[in-house]
Write a new protein. Sequence first.
Length: 209
Amino acid sequence: MKGRVRIMHKNEFERSRWSGGVTTELAIWPDNAVYPNGPFTWRLSTARIEADETSFTPLPGKNRILMLLEGSVRLEHKDHHKVDLKPLEQDTFEGNWETRSFGKGTDFNLIMDEYCFGELIHLSLPIGGTMNVQTQTDREFDRNYGMMAESYYCLAGTVKIQFSNGYVVQIHRGDLFSYYGYLGNEQISFKLINEDRQEASFVRAQIFY
């Protein structure tokens, strides 16, 4: 697997208004895609829900995973299911469903084509803690997908990311670290290291496409 590393700092993201508040685009594939008017494969974003009640933008042909970061929100998917979300809880639903939200908060979103596979995981790293990460290469995934992206969105603290070749990057609260690569035989490994004076917390997004 050969790929590239990208660091985006919180002051570099594009923000725009939607019917319920403000959304911040963290990453999109391909890089030159324009949401929501142009075609895209997947998109990572956060959204601040400011209205007590709002409707989600219809996205036919897409699947969505939403993780609440703060606040309290109820999602109602017409003719499907309802769910009350508290911080760090998540819901998975289809983009063509008629979805309404009730309550205020901030969420983390993964939107992707139906042929993609993705997941969101909340991780924390104690003071002085280290986490070893090895990008997944699996024969089943290699047959069904050509590329993968792995992103870490920092919610709190500071995290140092050290690759096996000695390359080091650092992310702070509100920053995003992403690794993009083609699936193959080579595995990429790196360490997440917390040298800060507080616990570090982040959302990890893994996408195969």
